[in-house]
Design a protein around this ligand. Structure first.
Ligand SMILES: [Zn+2]
Length: 276
């Protein structure tokens, strides 16, 4: 699982851990540590003196509304970890909090793909992925018909379109492969060719894999904390991702690996219906 970015279930797992710790706390001081000035840590110091109203999530971003008119936005990148235990190295940002211990939050990010910044409340123009992010997959008000409409005019392969986060938020490489396998849809089918029934089946599958993975605290999250890379429990339930050459759990055909949207993609040539 190395080299796999945290996806929605992993970020939701982090959010749930942070919520009881951070909600209602005032940030006494926010500062960059060993990170050069730049857009990834923009306006971080502005969080100083503001109270954390809530710990939210949009797609793979943590979004913490502050009471002074800003949002603190965090993206874990490849290797970002939020911890109250002072890491030995690669600390990029630090929040000093009021109230009882633990009252210092460290953002550690060895590979530097993460972000930890503030933006004016709700203004995500400096974060294009967040700015253009599609609906939350687990929001019950997101209807299958709206999902079908979001796919309708695209000739991109369905998997590539999902990875772009616009038809629906938070589906990355692992869960795209799993959901397409469950819905029996070939990853290279042009998105606009999905029928309404197929789009509904795909949305159901996306919801099922994400909800189950959140229950099991994700697939890869534990890799980020332990040297030995003990994976999250969902890894045992993966039916497609990482199973190249293994027999399909449904039809026993050997799974194949191809490249779609620049990413390695596992699918079943036996039961995932191909492009016309
Ligand atoms: Zn199959």
């Amino acid at each position: 699982m190395s080299g796999t970015m945290p996806e929605l279930p992993e970020v939701e797992t982090v959010r749930r851990e942070l919520e009881p710790w951070l909600t209602g706390r005032t940030i006494v001081r926010a500062r960059r540590a060993s990170a050069p000035p730049g857009p990834k840590y923009a306006r971080l110091e502005r969080a100083s003196g503001q109270r954390i109203v809530a710990v939210g999530r949009r797609g793979k971003f943590l979004v913490l509304p502050l009471d002074g008119g800003d949002d603190l936005v965090v993206h874990l990148g490849m290797t970002g970890v939020i911890t109250s235990v002072r890491p030995a190295s690669h600390v990029r940002a630090v929040l000093e909090l009021d109230g009882e211990a633990p009252s210092v939050l460290y953002f550690q990010d060895p590979r530097r793909f993460g972000r930890f910044l503030t933006v004016p409340s709700g203004d995500y123009r400096s974060l294009p992925t967040l700015h253009h992010l599609g609906p939350e997959p687990l929001d019950p008000s997101f209807r299958p018909r709206a999902f079908h409409e979001a796919l309708a005019h695209s000739r991109a392969p369905i998997k590539a379109l999902l990875l772009g986060q616009r038809p629906v938020a938070g589906v990355g490489n692992i869960y795209a492969d799993e959901a397409l396998w469950r819905a029996r849809i070939h990853p290279r089918v042009p998105a606009g060719e999905l029928t309404r029934a197929q789009a509904a089946a795909l949305l159901r599958a996306i919801r099922a894999v994400l909800a189950r993975s959140i229950e099991l605290q994700g697939t890869t999250f534990r890799d980020y904390r332990t040297v030995n890379g003990q994976p999250g429990a969902f890894v045992a339930e993966l039916a497609a991702y990482g199973h190249e050459g293994d027999p399909c759990r449904r039809c026993r055909a050997p799974l194949r690996k191809i490249v779609v949207g620049g990413r390695g993609t596992c699918f079943c040539p036996g039961c995932q219906k191909g492009p016309r």
